[in-house]
Design a protein around this ligand. Sequence first.
Ligand code: 5AD
Ligand code: SF4
Length: 373
Amino acid sequence: MKGISGIIDKALSRPRALSADELEALLASDDEGDRRAVREAAYALKLAKCGRGVSLRGLIEMSNVCAKNCYYCGIRSGNRDVRRFKLSYEDIMRHAGIVMRSGYASLVLQGGEVESRENTEFVAKVLRGIQELSGGSIGVTLSLGEQTEEVYAEWRAAGARRYLLRIEESDPEMYRKLHPETGHSCERRKECLRALRRTGYQVGTGVMIGLPGQTFRHLASDIIFFGDMDADMIGMGPFIPHHAAPVGKGICLTPEYAGRQLELGLRMISAVRLYLHDVNIASTTALQALAPDGRERGILAGANVIMPNVTDTERRRDYLLYENKPGIDENADSSRKALEDSIHAIGEDLLYGRFGDSPHYAARTAAAAERNG
Ligand code: 5AD
Ligand code: SF4
């Protein structure tokens, strides 16, 4: 097989050029020179496809009520120690106001998974409210789990333009180990991703990185899955243990463990950029949980999106998916200033006032228009 520089050249020649073996080799190499070459190639490709700038989405954690019981998650339904909350309509509008004042032209409404008529109507009302408040100047992304195609269509019609649904783990066998038998199905999740595409969303997916039992082969297959489903956006983060979650029980969040998880997260970002070229890739909060400059390093590894949390600090304590989640004492304004400084320090700019649509989505819809027109 080719050395790493041969694999990088092949990856740059066109999107989705690499085989599973080549992706695995790209992820697995521990040679410091190779690692630097991979990161630099991925960052250069980010600059070529997305420009010198970081797209922003204000993240609103709107509810931690969740029907699911994922074995790795701190707010899973089986954790009785979590104080459950659901922001009111007025509260969410207030948060949308914070997003607008911060100059972010895009926000993400994230919450646990609830499937009910009442919830569907509530979210639709919120979507209409945000359109009204912003005069359509804010692009809304939803991250509210598995729903029926009708619900996705209803929310799309009410103003949502993007949807994030991480597959979490694309290998069905691994998926079964990480989730309870009842109420969790890898196949349904994949079907939801297809339904989201059919209903016209920009679709984002992703996985957790560095789960116990996960191999480089699994991660390489995850990346191929992203390509096969033609994802527009990728949001991935390293797994971080939570004391009340069975997956990772006994793992200590030592500096060595944190360093390894961070490194793995950066390797995945670079590999996804090199494989998919023009998708939006988020540099997620989990990277920041592992190192104060984790998100900036994510950008330098090939990511182009950051999602600053604008949720009230009081609520953030109740949204702990994993230990050490950062920013629970910071308000939206002070963290925005700090982020601006640290992004400038790496020679990048924050892209205020832009929707920040995925270049892949733009290319995909332009190609479809040409075919139809
Ligand atoms: N470590 C890292 N990420 C986690 N998530 C849930 N639990 C953990 C954890 N222990 C991620 C999942 C989910 C997102 C909201 O948070 O990928 O999709
Ligand atoms: Fe619910 Fe998401 Fe946590 Fe699973 S990972 S328990 S779906 S909030």
